[in-house]
Every structure is written in C-alpha cells, then in structure tokens.
Write a protein that binds this ligand. Structure first.
Ligand code: HEC
Ligand code: HEC
Length: 305
C-alpha cells in the first residue's frame, strides 16, 4: 500500500477515535447549575432529568478506546503499517495448512510407497479417495464417476488414455487434452459423413445397413484408421477412443456421432497435480482404478463408500 493511502487511512482512523473521545467527554460533562431536564413532563409534575452517565460506565468507554489504540499498534490495521506483533493472516493460514499437511502425512504417508492396486484395497484410503473425488472431480465426472456428455465415465472399464494404475495417475497429475479435428470438409458431403457414422455404429456392435457401412468402412480406413486404428480399437497415446467399446463420451446417438465426425471434439482434463500433490493424486488414482470391474483390471469396489 502506498504511503499516501497509509497516511489517508491513519488520518481517518485518528479522526474517528478523537471524535469518539470528544463525544463521550461532551455528553458526560457534569453540569453544576440546576439539573437539566429533557422537557418531558408526566402526571403534571414528574420531569425527566437529562443526567450524564455514571462515571464507571463512561470510564468503560474510555477503556475500549484505549484498547482499540493498543490493538491498532499491535496488529496491522492502519494502512500499510504492519503492527508490532508481525502477525499476518497469510502466515496464520500457512501455519494451519502446514499443521493439516503434517497430520495428513502422519495418517496417509505410508501410501506414498505402496503400489496403487494395494492402496485400492485399503478401506481407509478409499474413504479418503471418495472424499477427494467429491471435492475435486465430481463436478465434471459426476458424483458417481459415471461421467456426463463430454466427460468420460471413469468406472466402465473403457479408457481413452489407458487404464493401468500408472496411466490413470499420469492423467490425474498432468491432465490430458484429446483433440479430434472435424472432418466435414475432408469427407466432402453430408452423405459421406453419414456413411462413416453408420460404420462407427457397426464397430460398436449395432446392426446397421450393410451397404452404407461398407461405404463408410472405406472412408474410415482412409481418414480415421490413422488415429482410431484399422479395427477401431483406439490409441491411448493420443487419447483416441476405442470405437468398438460402445462407450461414447460424446454421445452414442447417430446424430451425436455425426456431429463428432463433422465438427470434431476437444476434451480437456485439467492437470490436478498442482492442486492435489503427488500423494493425494496417488490415492485418487487408486480410487478411480478400483471403481472398475475386475476384468478391466480394477477390484470392483462396488458402490461408492
Ligand atoms: C488425428 C486423430 C484422429 C482422427 C484422424 C480421427 N479421430 Fe476420432 N477422435 C480422436 C480423438 C483424440 C478423440 C477424443 C476427443 C476427445 O477427447 O474429446 C476422438 C473421438 C472420436 C469419437 C467420439 C468418441 C466418444 O467417446 O464419444 C468418434 C465417434 C470418433 N472420434 C470417430 C472418428 C471418425 C469416424 C474419424 C474419421 C472420419 C475420426 N474419428 C478421425 C482422434 C482422431
Ligand atoms: C473441469 C472438468 C474436469 C475435472 C475437474 C476433472 N476432470 Fe477428469 N476429465 C475431464 C475431461 C473433459 C476428460 C476427457 C479428456 C479428453 O477428452 O481427452 C477427463 C478425463 C479423465 C480421465 C481419463 C479417462 C480415460 O478414459 O482415459 C481420468 C482418469 C480422469 N479424468 C480422472 C479425473 C479425476 C480423478 C479428477 C479429480 C482429481 C478429474 N478427472 C477432474 C474433465 C475433468
């Protein structure tokens, strides 16, 4: 804060305090002559005196003012003046955070070295994982981790970026960015887009018009196979989803698939490492991994704790 502001605030504060002192002094003066009345009269002869407050009461007011001056000297309050105590809210917050972190490490520190699948078998760690998930992930992936349009389901055993414990940890710490460009122009026509969409449906196991699917398959092999693979099984290195899984993050309807193909998709998972730190991210990776069925590598933690 600049010196000008500090002086301005100090001046206003001093003015206020002096004003208070003056007000108390002025209203509590003892008047020597006839007692002053307020002018109110009841029952013809009962008059209301305007008497000063009792001395002890007035002194209490002076004490509070003295206290406030001491307070403003001890704590920061007057502009840029830091106070003699050196107290700051930031330092207090930091100390509290360090205390919480020490308690956290004391309780969960042993998970830092434990393999992630083993963490997933600890009920204590999983309860903590569930709380972390509710705080940091549920707003995008849903409180049950089943995702939402544009946000992947994290418990169906299908992974864009790989479902090994290490891949999940990497996703959480560093984030991911999946980018599929739109192919409306490359495909050239509405009907070409539709044909490829039909083929994608057939990859996902739907019964479709075989002639349309065959036409779509040719275009798919030309344009899409580079990323999604010749059999549509995807590529976790670039986050290209497995199209045979039938688990569409961006919608499984014919129109949604057409839109994906024509306009592209761009999903961003923001990095959580800076917020969570390595240990919390590890516990979350175990939690997310554990939500998946055993055949997909998880332990099927079942219902969320
Ligand atoms: C450059 C690589 C690349 C090419 C080429 C590509 N895709 Fe994709 N595709 C991706 C990526 C990456 C995603 C995931 C986007 C995201 O993360 O939001 C994706 C997503 C999709 C999805 C959505 C899946 C879901 O879960 O909802 C469909 C459907 C799809 N692609 C079909 C196709 C088809 C059909 C073609 C060919 C016309 C094609 N892609 C070409 C990389 C590619
Ligand atoms: C701001 C929204 C948002 C938040 C918050 C978020 N995610 Fe994500 N997450 C996404 C999106 C979007 C994707 C898909 C990225 C892509 O298209 O490549 C994703 C992808 C993922 C994946 C990869 C899924 C796969 O199929 O490979 C995992 C694992 C994941 N998130 C876990 C988490 C966890 C755990 C948290 C909490 C720490 C979290 N996410 C918080 C939006 C979010």
């Amino acid at each position: 804060m600049s010196l000008g502001w500090t002086l301005f605030i100090a001046f206003l504060t001093a003015l206020n305090i002096l004003g208070c002192v003056w007000l108390i002094w002025y209203t509590s003066r003892r008047r020597k002559d006839e007692p002053e009345t307020t002018g109110h009269v009841w029952d013809e002869d009962i008059r209301e005196y305007n008497k000063p407050l009792p001395r002890w009461w007035v002194n209490l007011f002076y004490l509070t003012i003295a206290f406030s001056i001491g307070y403003l000297i001890w704590y920061p309050g007057v502009g840029g003046f830091a106070g003699l105590s050196g107290w700051t809210s930031a330092a207090e917050h930091e100390a509290e955070r360090a205390r919480q972190e020490a308690r956290f490490l004391e309780r969960f520190g042993r998970y830092a070295e434990m393999p992630i699948p083993e963490i997933a078998r600890s009920p204590e760690a999983m309860r903590f994982g569930a709380a972390l998930f509710a705080n940091h992930c549920a707003m995008c992936h849903g409180s049950d981790a089943r995702g939402a349009p544009g946000f992947p389901n994290l418990r169906d055993g299908h992974w864009q970026w790989g479902g090994s414990p290490e891949a999940i940890l990497h996703t959480i710490v560093h984030g991911r960015e999946g980018l599929m460009p739109g192919f409306a122009a490359a495909l050239g026509s509405e009907s070409a887009v539709s044909e490829v969409a039909v083929y994608v449906q057939s990859l996902a196991g739907l019964r479709v018009d075989p002639a349309l699917a065959a036409a779509g398959r040719q275009r798919y092999q030309l344009i899409c196979a580079a990323c999604h693979g010749p059999e549509g099984r995807g590529n976790p290195l670039i986050g290209a989803p497995d199209l045979t899984a039938g688990a569409f993050t961006h919608g499984a309807s014919f129109d949604a698939i057409r839109k994906t193909i024509a306009e592209g998709r761009h999903g961003i998972m923001p990095p959580q490492g800076p917020v969570l730190g390595e240990l919390r991210a590890r516990i979350l990776a175990a939690y997310v991994w554990g939500l998946n069925p055993p055949e997909a590598g998880g332990v099927a933690a079942g219902a969320l704790p």
